[in-house]
Write a protein that binds this ligand. Sequence first.
Ligand code: KIV
Ligand code: ZN
Length: 387
Amino acid sequence: MSSAHIFIFDTTLRDGEQVPGCKLATPQKIELALRLEALGVDIIEAGFPVSSPGDFASVVAISKAVTRPTICALSRAVEGDIKRAAEALQYAKHPRIHTGIGTSDSHIYHKLLSTPEDILERAVRAVKYAKSFVEDVEFYAEDAGRTENEYLARVCEAAIKAGATVLNIPDTTGYCLPEEYGAKIRYLRENVRGIEKVILSTHCHNDLGLATANSIAGVQNGARQIECTINGVGERAGNTSLEEVVMIMRKHPYLNLDTRINTRLLNETSRLVSEAMGMPVQPNKAIVGANAFAHSSGIHQDGVIKRRDTYEIIDPQEVGVDTSSIVLTARSGRAALAYRYKNIGHNLSKMELDEAYQEFLVVADAKKEVNDADLTKILADKKVLAQ
Ligand code: KIV
Ligand code: ZN
């Protein structure tokens, strides 16, 4: 059975850039957009043009510089927003307007001070208006995660009739459980007339740490686009992390879901985004964290030295990391110490290793991590004879 293509919609430059302190200047956005193009993303959400002249200029500049991926611009379901998005996209080879409105009771009654029927009409008007500028119109039902399925299905059906090509089902507040979010996508597939004509998209936030799991549940239930960001940056606890969903689909081929991401560029892209945004990546972050391929306990080190896949499900080179690392701490064993000595040119005999190991434990208890210089000094101080 051939794999289904999952479109990767990167919103690092829009949802990701909304993070306080992560604002990017236009030249930085162009550089990152070109990098996202090289990485192989299908759609780049370049900004929210009506929000500021700077964001408008960035969408124009990215539309000129990037040619393969679709360039998407965000708008609310407001004519002025949509018109501004269309103007910003005028140079895009493949333009998409992303427009939408809140559909949960919380948004309808407390944010928009409106009614479900009025929201439905506004959604239809917005899609039709966007469609007067571009063929490719994505509709988002904001807070779909907390929207009752029956009403959500009515809104989706109306948006399709109005001309939407993609339906975005955001879990805006990161509330859903994976099973619940997957069931929502399945419900829409089974109950919305015309659903087969459009692409269903996931857009999950990470407030409960479930963004990645929810996005995967979404594609397992028929969504064909994942909205995500590099390093999972985004509002509050962030968005779905691009590198995580891509590697999950790659590592589980039986899912039959494929992307065109060049995974060997993931690590470098992560660093570029982190540096440009001044947003450090937590060391234990899956795939791109500094410790993602570092082994420090003796039991794990012994296994990895014998055979990498005893403790690693990803070959580091697959994601652009040179090699796994064996970190020497007070929890390391002789196998790791021998391995690291070998790396710096010393093949220790069993006796030499035993002697060096005793001194190593003293140094390791005093320091967090023992480095190559420490290893050399241990040999010199103890006058261990190295071959
Ligand atoms: O989280 C969300 O609902 C959004 C929409 C604007 C797509 O970012
Ligand atoms: Zn969002």
